[in-house]
Design a protein around this ligand. Structure first.
Ligand code: URA
Length: 189
């Protein structure tokens, strides 16, 4: 590993430690574990979901439940391995009952994601679903905009659906797979 990678790793570990002990919002009282995110500190792509669910809360790792299995399969199908990328969420602690994160929780958690993006400085930030789209970019209608690469303030964002959406509409699996294939081409370009 070169110096830059070593330094990135140190900074990512530092951010994770801050998240683990965070008490900025009320979610710290109900979580079992905070879920800072995991993966390569020099990843070419960062995936951003909504918030940890039950399995993630138990394990302290992102996307390890049903939605995670779907994401991982779509990545594998596109020849992207989990260890190559960085996976995290807008909000780092599980909202009780898997409710949507509240606006103030999103705002209080914002800095952690911004720091992760700035340290890793990936080629592309991949937005998974409506909550990440609206929280990070103020966007609406992820289903109409999915599959698009957009540039905002010099950073490239790729938009796709949340993997959990495929649990309710099986036909969306194909959509997620297609988007991951497209993303895999974009990150090597
Ligand atoms: N859904 C998310 O948005 N994030 C996770 O980590 C798991 C499920």
């Amino acid at each position: 590993m070169n110096n830059k990678n070593n330094n990135n790793l140190d900074l990512i570990v530092q951010i994770s430690d801050e998240v683990i002990y965070c008490s900025n919002c009320e979610l710290c009282h109900t979580r079992k574990n905070a879920v800072p995110g995991e993966g390569s500190a020099s990843a070419r792509v960062i995936f951003v979901g909504e918030a940890p669910g039950k399995s993630e809360d138990i394990q302290g790792k992102p996307f390890v439940g049903r939605a995670g299995k779907i994401l991982e399969a779509a990545l594998l199908n596109a020849n992207i391995s989990r260890s190559q990328v960085f996976i995290t969420n807008i909000v780092k602690c599980r909202p009780p009952g898997n409710r949507r994160p509240k606006r103030d929780e999103i705002i209080k958690c914002n800095d952690y994601l911004n720091k992760q993006i700035s340290v890793i400085n990936p080629k592309i930030v991949c937005i998974l679903g409506a909550t990440a789209y609206s929280s990070l970019l103020g966007g609406k209608e992820i289903t109409l905009n999915r599959g698009k690469l957009i540039n905002i303030n010099g950073r490239d964002y790729f938009l796709t659906i949340h993997p959990a959406a495929t649990l309710y509409r099986r036909s969306l699996l194909r959509v997620l797979e297609e988007d991951m294939m497209k993303l895999s081409k974009l990150i090597v370009e």
